[in-house]
Design a protein around this ligand. Structure first.
Ligand SMILES: Nc1ncnc2c1ncn2[C@@H]1O[C@H](COP(=O)(O)OP(=O)(O)OP(=O)(O)O)[C@@H](O)[C@H]1O
Ligand SMILES: [Mg+2]
Length: 281
Protein backbone atom coordinates (compact mmCIF):
# COMPACT_ATOMS: atom_id res chain seq x y z
CA UNK A 1 0.00 0.00 0.00
CA UNK A 2 1.34 3.43 -0.83
CA UNK A 3 1.40 6.15 1.79
CA UNK A 4 -1.30 8.07 0.00
CA UNK A 5 -3.82 5.28 -0.60
CA UNK A 6 -6.50 5.37 2.09
CA UNK A 7 -6.77 2.73 4.80
CA UNK A 8 -10.51 2.76 4.62
CA UNK A 9 -12.93 3.62 1.83
CA UNK A 10 -16.60 4.01 2.68
CA UNK A 11 -18.93 4.74 -0.22
CA UNK A 12 -22.70 5.05 0.05
CA UNK A 13 -22.94 3.07 3.29
CA UNK A 14 -26.50 2.30 4.35
CA UNK A 15 -27.73 0.59 7.51
CA UNK A 16 -31.43 -0.19 7.89
CA UNK A 17 -33.48 -1.75 10.68
CA UNK A 18 -37.04 -3.11 10.65
CA UNK A 19 -39.39 -0.39 11.85
CA UNK A 20 -42.56 -0.80 13.89
CA UNK A 21 -44.67 -1.62 10.84
CA UNK A 22 -42.10 -4.13 9.55
CA UNK A 23 -40.79 -1.85 6.78
CA UNK A 24 -37.04 -1.15 6.87
CA UNK A 25 -36.01 2.24 8.25
CA UNK A 26 -32.59 3.61 7.33
CA UNK A 27 -30.45 4.77 10.27
CA UNK A 28 -27.43 5.44 8.02
CA UNK A 29 -28.43 6.84 4.64
CA UNK A 30 -25.57 6.91 2.17
CA UNK A 31 -22.44 7.84 4.12
CA UNK A 32 -19.19 8.23 2.16
CA UNK A 33 -15.69 9.09 3.35
CA UNK A 34 -12.11 7.86 3.28
CA UNK A 35 -9.66 7.50 6.14
CA UNK A 36 -5.89 7.71 5.96
CA UNK A 37 -3.35 7.71 8.76
CA UNK A 38 -5.05 10.68 10.37
CA UNK A 39 -7.53 11.77 13.01
CA UNK A 40 -11.04 11.96 11.62
CA UNK A 41 -13.83 13.24 13.82
CA UNK A 42 -17.50 12.35 13.41
CA UNK A 43 -19.91 14.66 15.21
CA UNK A 44 -23.67 14.85 15.21
CA UNK A 45 -26.55 14.74 17.59
CA UNK A 46 -27.93 11.66 19.31
CA UNK A 47 -29.45 9.22 16.83
CA UNK A 48 -27.71 10.72 13.79
CA UNK A 49 -26.07 7.37 12.96
CA UNK A 50 -22.51 7.82 14.27
CA UNK A 51 -22.31 4.54 16.21
CA UNK A 52 -24.12 2.57 13.52
CA UNK A 53 -21.60 3.81 10.96
CA UNK A 54 -18.74 2.55 13.17
CA UNK A 55 -20.44 -0.75 13.89
CA UNK A 56 -21.10 -1.40 10.20
CA UNK A 57 -17.41 -0.90 9.42
CA UNK A 58 -16.53 -3.46 12.09
CA UNK A 59 -19.30 -5.89 11.11
CA UNK A 60 -20.99 -5.43 14.48
CA UNK A 61 -24.44 -4.40 13.26
CA UNK A 62 -27.28 -6.06 15.21
CA UNK A 63 -28.51 -9.20 13.40
CA UNK A 64 -31.83 -7.61 12.41
CA UNK A 65 -30.01 -4.75 10.68
CA UNK A 66 -29.16 -4.71 6.98
CA UNK A 67 -25.91 -3.17 5.74
CA UNK A 68 -25.13 -2.24 2.15
CA UNK A 69 -22.54 -0.07 0.45
CA UNK A 70 -21.21 0.66 -3.02
CA UNK A 71 -17.81 0.17 -1.45
CA UNK A 72 -16.61 -0.71 2.05
CA UNK A 73 -12.93 -1.53 1.78
CA UNK A 74 -10.06 -1.81 4.22
CA UNK A 75 -6.60 -1.75 2.58
CA UNK A 76 -8.21 -3.03 -0.59
CA UNK A 77 -10.16 -5.85 1.15
CA UNK A 78 -13.88 -5.77 0.37
CA UNK A 79 -15.31 -6.01 3.89
CA UNK A 80 -18.88 -6.81 2.87
CA UNK A 81 -17.96 -9.71 0.63
CA UNK A 82 -14.87 -11.21 2.26
CA UNK A 83 -15.17 -14.62 3.99
CA UNK A 84 -16.52 -14.36 7.58
CA UNK A 85 -13.28 -15.82 8.90
CA UNK A 86 -11.21 -13.07 7.29
CA UNK A 87 -13.62 -10.44 8.57
CA UNK A 88 -13.31 -11.78 12.14
CA UNK A 89 -9.53 -11.78 11.87
CA UNK A 90 -9.55 -8.15 10.75
CA UNK A 91 -11.90 -7.15 13.55
CA UNK A 92 -9.97 -6.57 16.73
CA UNK A 93 -6.77 -7.33 14.84
CA UNK A 94 -6.37 -4.60 12.24
CA UNK A 95 -9.56 -2.63 12.84
CA UNK A 96 -10.68 -2.11 16.41
CA UNK A 97 -13.49 -0.18 18.03
CA UNK A 98 -13.83 1.19 21.53
CA UNK A 99 -17.57 0.85 22.06
CA UNK A 100 -19.62 3.66 23.49
CA UNK A 101 -20.23 2.07 26.88
CA UNK A 102 -17.27 0.14 28.29
CA UNK A 103 -19.44 -1.24 31.09
CA UNK A 104 -21.24 -3.35 28.50
CA UNK A 105 -18.12 -4.19 26.54
CA UNK A 106 -15.96 -5.58 29.32
CA UNK A 107 -16.74 -9.07 30.54
CA UNK A 108 -17.86 -8.71 34.19
CA UNK A 109 -16.60 -12.12 35.32
CA UNK A 110 -13.08 -11.90 33.91
CA UNK A 111 -10.25 -9.85 35.34
CA UNK A 112 -9.01 -6.95 33.24
CA UNK A 113 -5.66 -8.66 32.73
CA UNK A 114 -7.25 -11.88 31.50
CA UNK A 115 -9.41 -9.97 29.03
CA UNK A 116 -6.50 -8.10 27.56
CA UNK A 117 -4.55 -11.33 27.21
CA UNK A 118 -7.49 -13.04 25.55
CA UNK A 119 -7.62 -10.31 22.91
CA UNK A 120 -3.92 -10.68 22.30
CA UNK A 121 -4.13 -14.48 22.00
CA UNK A 122 -7.00 -14.23 19.53
CA UNK A 123 -4.67 -12.49 17.11
CA UNK A 124 -1.19 -13.82 17.77
CA UNK A 125 0.52 -16.85 19.25
CA UNK A 126 2.27 -15.85 22.43
CA UNK A 127 3.41 -17.68 25.55
CA UNK A 128 1.47 -16.93 28.74
CA UNK A 129 4.47 -15.16 30.19
CA UNK A 130 4.75 -12.91 27.13
CA UNK A 131 0.99 -12.31 27.15
CA UNK A 132 1.19 -11.05 30.71
CA UNK A 133 4.18 -8.82 30.03
CA UNK A 134 2.40 -7.30 27.04
CA UNK A 135 -0.88 -6.87 28.94
CA UNK A 136 0.93 -4.98 31.69
CA UNK A 137 2.72 -2.85 29.10
CA UNK A 138 -0.63 -2.10 27.43
CA UNK A 139 -2.09 -0.95 30.77
CA UNK A 140 0.95 1.21 31.29
CA UNK A 141 0.63 2.70 27.81
CA UNK A 142 -2.82 4.05 28.70
CA UNK A 143 -1.22 5.71 31.74
CA UNK A 144 -2.50 3.34 34.39
CA UNK A 145 -0.04 3.94 37.22
CA UNK A 146 -0.37 0.63 38.96
CA UNK A 147 -0.75 -1.95 36.17
CA UNK A 148 0.04 -4.97 38.38
CA UNK A 149 -2.91 -4.14 40.64
CA UNK A 150 -5.37 -3.19 37.89
CA UNK A 151 -4.45 -6.36 35.97
CA UNK A 152 -6.00 -8.44 38.77
CA UNK A 153 -9.22 -6.41 39.17
CA UNK A 154 -12.66 -7.17 37.77
CA UNK A 155 -14.43 -4.43 35.74
CA UNK A 156 -16.80 -3.51 38.60
CA UNK A 157 -13.81 -2.80 40.83
CA UNK A 158 -12.47 0.03 38.67
CA UNK A 159 -13.74 3.56 38.07
CA UNK A 160 -15.42 4.55 34.81
CA UNK A 161 -12.31 6.28 33.56
CA UNK A 162 -10.12 3.32 34.43
CA UNK A 163 -12.60 1.00 32.67
CA UNK A 164 -12.41 3.12 29.53
CA UNK A 165 -8.63 3.09 29.64
CA UNK A 166 -8.61 -0.69 30.13
CA UNK A 167 -10.91 -0.97 27.12
CA UNK A 168 -8.55 1.13 25.02
CA UNK A 169 -5.58 -0.99 26.21
CA UNK A 170 -7.47 -4.08 25.10
CA UNK A 171 -8.17 -2.62 21.67
CA UNK A 172 -4.63 -1.41 21.19
CA UNK A 173 -2.79 -4.57 22.19
CA UNK A 174 -3.37 -6.11 18.79
CA UNK A 175 -1.83 -2.95 17.23
CA UNK A 176 -4.68 -2.11 14.87
CA UNK A 177 -4.27 0.05 11.78
CA UNK A 178 -7.61 1.69 12.45
CA UNK A 179 -9.19 2.52 15.78
CA UNK A 180 -12.78 3.69 15.95
CA UNK A 181 -13.30 5.32 19.33
CA UNK A 182 -17.00 5.91 20.02
CA UNK A 183 -17.38 8.64 22.65
CA UNK A 184 -14.30 7.26 24.42
CA UNK A 185 -14.13 10.13 26.85
CA UNK A 186 -17.73 11.18 27.39
CA UNK A 187 -17.98 9.66 30.88
CA UNK A 188 -14.69 11.13 32.07
CA UNK A 189 -13.75 14.31 33.79
CA UNK A 190 -11.82 16.83 31.77
CA UNK A 191 -8.33 15.95 33.04
CA UNK A 192 -8.69 12.25 32.28
CA UNK A 193 -10.34 13.14 28.98
CA UNK A 194 -7.30 15.12 27.90
CA UNK A 195 -4.94 12.36 29.05
CA UNK A 196 -6.77 9.79 26.97
CA UNK A 197 -6.83 12.01 23.91
CA UNK A 198 -3.12 12.57 24.18
CA UNK A 199 -2.59 8.79 24.32
CA UNK A 200 -4.65 8.37 21.15
CA UNK A 201 -2.86 11.27 19.56
CA UNK A 202 0.53 9.68 20.20
CA UNK A 203 -0.65 6.44 18.62
CA UNK A 204 -1.65 8.26 15.45
CA UNK A 205 1.64 10.13 15.16
CA UNK A 206 3.98 7.37 16.39
CA UNK A 207 2.36 4.27 14.92
CA UNK A 208 0.65 5.85 11.93
CA UNK A 209 -2.72 4.55 13.00
CA UNK A 210 -5.93 5.92 11.47
CA UNK A 211 -8.34 7.14 14.13
CA UNK A 212 -12.05 7.83 13.92
CA UNK A 213 -13.17 9.77 16.96
CA UNK A 214 -16.94 9.78 17.38
CA UNK A 215 -18.37 12.44 19.64
CA UNK A 216 -21.19 14.89 19.98
CA UNK A 217 -18.71 17.41 21.38
CA UNK A 218 -17.95 19.72 18.48
CA UNK A 219 -15.39 21.72 20.39
CA UNK A 220 -13.42 18.67 21.51
CA UNK A 221 -13.42 17.12 18.05
CA UNK A 222 -12.39 20.33 16.34
CA UNK A 223 -9.43 20.85 18.64
CA UNK A 224 -8.24 17.26 18.31
CA UNK A 225 -8.96 16.05 14.77
CA UNK A 226 -7.55 16.83 11.35
CA UNK A 227 -10.89 16.55 9.61
CA UNK A 228 -14.50 16.48 10.74
CA UNK A 229 -17.62 14.87 9.31
CA UNK A 230 -20.87 16.33 10.54
CA UNK A 231 -23.75 13.85 10.55
CA UNK A 232 -27.42 14.67 10.68
CA UNK A 233 -30.28 12.17 10.35
CA UNK A 234 -28.12 9.39 8.96
CA UNK A 235 -26.20 11.46 6.42
CA UNK A 236 -22.92 13.36 6.29
CA UNK A 237 -24.16 16.90 5.81
CA UNK A 238 -20.75 18.54 5.89
CA UNK A 239 -17.05 17.72 5.81
CA UNK A 240 -14.65 20.26 7.27
CA UNK A 241 -10.97 20.71 7.94
CA UNK A 242 -10.75 20.98 11.72
CA UNK A 243 -9.49 24.52 11.57
CA UNK A 244 -12.28 25.43 9.20
CA UNK A 245 -15.24 25.28 11.54
CA UNK A 246 -15.74 28.98 11.05
CA UNK A 247 -16.40 28.26 7.36
CA UNK A 248 -19.14 25.72 8.07
CA UNK A 249 -21.94 26.14 5.57
CA UNK A 250 -24.60 23.72 6.68
CA UNK A 251 -27.22 25.36 8.88
CA UNK A 252 -27.04 22.43 11.34
CA UNK A 253 -23.29 22.88 11.88
CA UNK A 254 -23.66 26.63 12.13
CA UNK A 255 -26.52 26.17 14.56
CA UNK A 256 -24.42 23.82 16.68
CA UNK A 257 -21.63 26.33 16.82
CA UNK A 258 -23.99 29.11 17.76
CA UNK A 259 -25.09 26.97 20.72
CA UNK A 260 -21.58 26.60 22.13
CA UNK A 261 -21.35 28.70 25.26
CA UNK A 262 -18.60 31.32 25.02
CA UNK A 263 -16.47 32.28 27.96
CA UNK A 264 -17.15 35.81 29.06
CA UNK A 265 -20.52 36.01 27.34
CA UNK A 266 -23.87 35.88 29.00
CA UNK A 267 -25.35 32.44 28.56
CA UNK A 268 -28.88 33.28 29.64
CA UNK A 269 -30.99 32.11 28.08
CA UNK A 270 -28.94 29.20 26.68
CA UNK A 271 -29.10 29.12 22.90
CA UNK A 272 -31.06 26.20 21.47
CA UNK A 273 -30.93 24.66 18.02
CA UNK A 274 -33.95 25.30 15.85
CA UNK A 275 -34.08 22.18 13.65
CA UNK A 276 -35.60 22.50 10.18
CA UNK A 277 -37.39 19.52 8.62
CA UNK A 278 -35.57 20.00 5.30
CA UNK A 279 -32.18 19.21 6.93
CA UNK A 280 -33.29 15.58 7.16
CA UNK A 281 -34.19 15.28 3.48
N1 LIG B 1 -31.18 -2.58 16.66
C1 LIG B 1 -31.80 -1.49 16.22
N2 LIG B 1 -33.06 -1.54 15.76
C2 LIG B 1 -33.68 -0.45 15.30
N3 LIG B 1 -33.10 0.78 15.22
C3 LIG B 1 -31.85 0.89 15.66
C4 LIG B 1 -31.13 -0.22 16.18
N4 LIG B 1 -29.90 0.21 16.53
C5 LIG B 1 -29.87 1.53 16.26
N5 LIG B 1 -31.03 1.95 15.73
C6 LIG B 1 -31.35 3.32 15.31
O1 LIG B 1 -30.33 3.84 14.53
C7 LIG B 1 -30.29 5.25 14.66
C8 LIG B 1 -28.86 5.71 14.76
O2 LIG B 1 -28.31 5.26 16.00
P1 LIG B 1 -26.80 5.50 16.45
O3 LIG B 1 -26.60 4.66 17.64
O4 LIG B 1 -25.91 5.30 15.29
O5 LIG B 1 -26.83 7.05 16.85
P2 LIG B 1 -25.63 7.92 17.41
O6 LIG B 1 -25.40 9.01 16.42
O7 LIG B 1 -24.49 7.06 17.77
O8 LIG B 1 -26.29 8.56 18.73
P3 LIG B 1 -25.65 8.83 20.20
O9 LIG B 1 -24.97 10.17 20.12
O10 LIG B 1 -26.86 8.89 21.08
O11 LIG B 1 -24.74 7.72 20.54
C9 LIG B 1 -31.12 5.61 15.87
O12 LIG B 1 -32.30 6.24 15.42
C10 LIG B 1 -31.44 4.27 16.49
O13 LIG B 1 -32.73 4.26 17.05
MG1 LIG C 1 -23.60 6.51 19.52
Amino acid sequence: MTASSPLLVVEDLRVAFPGRDGAMVEAVRGVSFTLGRERLGIVGESGSGKSQTGRAILGLTAPEGRVSARQLAFSGVDLLNCPPKQRRALRGGRIAMVLQDPKFSLNPVMTIGAQIEETLRAHSRVSSREAKTRALAALESVRIDDPERVYKLHPHEVSGGMGQRAMIAMMLIAEPDILIADEPTSALDVTVQLQLLSILDALVSERGMGLILVSHDLRLVSSFCDRILVMYAGRVVEELAAGGLGHAKHPYTRGLMACLPQLGQSSHPLATLDRQPEWAL
